[in-house]
Design a protein around this ligand. Structure first.
Ligand code: ADP
Length: 407
């Protein structure tokens, strides 16, 4: 099955064409600066590579651009659009309605639109991508894969805040958790790498990128995730603050005479390691370089980041009454061996010991714990697009079985 995977954001749209049988990426690309000027990057398995400025006024034009390229006689990989069997869309927030992947129908779009309040930055942008594909390929089956769905197995004791219960009843104010597509892929890939049955192990996944979250996956199901009602809760991130006492926010609002959009912009875009390092950088490579040159705030930002990760790992080990695997993933988790080392030093009480040579390796999946460590510590490269393709293929197969090709 050939699957077009779409990840549509407010001004960008990432795509991949994946053969679900071989799991090879036949082509991938990125439409950027949609609605501004337009830039298009594209690469194929066969080695064709291009980066062009192409005017893209809206997402429909972006989808047009990518489809035209995919069927182009010189650059393309398809004879025609009909070769795409199904389109899989990454959808950020499915609220409590979506606990798994679904065929995108008018009803699903309606239900997602009702979730827009919960994810005003992401859901409308996702839906614009869906709409653009529906316009240009109305007869192709489309599947929605939600970033919140894998976390929907959390129990009320994990997902409820200590707020009046009526706010959950009235507005569904609760913790949802994010990065579910990555947490699912990585926890399963780690078990596969170790030759384990994922339904029999307790795994903590540390997705440490610019956005960062940790999940506790017990016997294949998420029991907790560090992100909350929005992706702002939990770890200190690139530019997001993570856990903060709401009382401190009231204090700041008064002292600095801020309104709500202003404080939210500070918490989302000016905080995290960027804010702690006094605006030096949100990029962990730059912070590391600065730390080596004795930039104290850059060093402090990395220290706070690692300390918060270790605290969450410790609490999730308690929540699961033990842990078999700890897995690092995403930009920082996959590449920053110093941060991994620092985090693991806090975790020696769990019987974790790291092989410093292995920790400096690079690769798709590798173990960094040594032979005597009581917990397997791994690095696994996340692959959200492949997970979306797998989910999409599974839903498409169900549809084929039922013989109800709904689009
Ligand atoms: P997101 O998808 O949330 O934007 P990524 O998973 O792509 O984030 O991670 C981006 C982060 O990864 C950047 O902040 C960058 O600092 C970090 N990163 C990438 N490569 C390295 C590296 N070699 N060493 C340390 N950090 C790295």
């Amino acid at each position: 099955m050939k699957i077009l995977v779409i990840n549509s954001g407010s001004s960008s749209l990432k795509f991949q064409v994946i053969d679900s049988d071989s799991e090879q990426v036949l082509a991938k690309g990125l439409c950027e600066r949609i609605g501004i000027d337009g830039s298009f990057t594209y690469r194929t398995l066969e080695g064709i590579s291009l980066k062009e400025s192409i005017a893209m006024e809206n997402h429909t034009q972006a989808v047009h651009t990518l489809l035209d390229t995919l069927v182009d006689p010189q650059k393309g990989i398809l004879e025609n659009f009909q070769e795409i069997d199904v389109i899989g869309h990454r959808l950020v927030h499915g609220g409590e309605k979506f606990t798994g992947s679904v065929v995108i129908t008018d009803e699903v779009i309606q239900a997602m639109t009702e979730c827009n309040d919960l994810a005003p930055l992401h859901n409308p942008a996702n839906l614009v991508g869906v709409d653009a594909c529906r316009k240009l390929m109305p007869d192709t089956l489309m599947v929605g894969v939600f970033d919140t769905a894998f976390n929907q197995t959390m129990e009320p004791k994990a997902f409820l805040y200590g707020l009046p219960y009526r706010y959950y009843e009235k507005y569904k104010v609760r913790r949802y958790g994010f990065h579910g597509i990555s947490h699912k892929y990585v926890s399963q890939r780690a078990a596969e790498f170790l030759g384990q049955d994922p339904r029999k192990v307790k795994t903590i996944v540390c997705h440490l990128g610019n956005g960062a979250s940790i999940s506790a996956v017990k016997y294949g199901k998420v029991i907790d995730n560090s992100m909350g009602f929005t992706p702002l809760e939990g770890l200190v991130m690139g530019t997001r603050c993570g856990d903060v006492d709401p009382g401190a926010l009231e204090f700041l609002i008064k002292k600095e005479n801020l309104d709500f959009p202003q404080i939210m912009a500070i918490l989302n875009q000016e905080s995290g390691v960027l804010g702690i390092s006094k605006n030096f950088s949100s990029d962990f490579r730059e912070l590391k370089d600065a730390e080596i040159k004795y930039n104290e705030k850059a060093a402090l930002a990395r220290e706070i980041f690692a300390y918060r990760v270790a605290k969450y790992v410790g609490s999730y080990a308690a929540a699961m009454n033990g842990v078999d695997n700890i897995v690092f993933t995403a930009g920082v988790g996959e590449n920053d061996s110093d941060i991994r080392q620092e985090i693991c030093e806090y975790l020696e009480f769990l019987g974790i010991t790291i092989d410093e040579v292995k920790n400096r390796e690079q690769g798709e999946a590798f173990r960094i714990s040594d032979g005597i460590s009581r917990v397997n510590v791994l690095v696994v490269r996340t692959n959200e697009e492949l997970e979306i393709a797998r989910e999409t293929a599974a839903v498409a197969r169900e549809v084929q079985k039922e013989g109800t090709l709904t689009s």
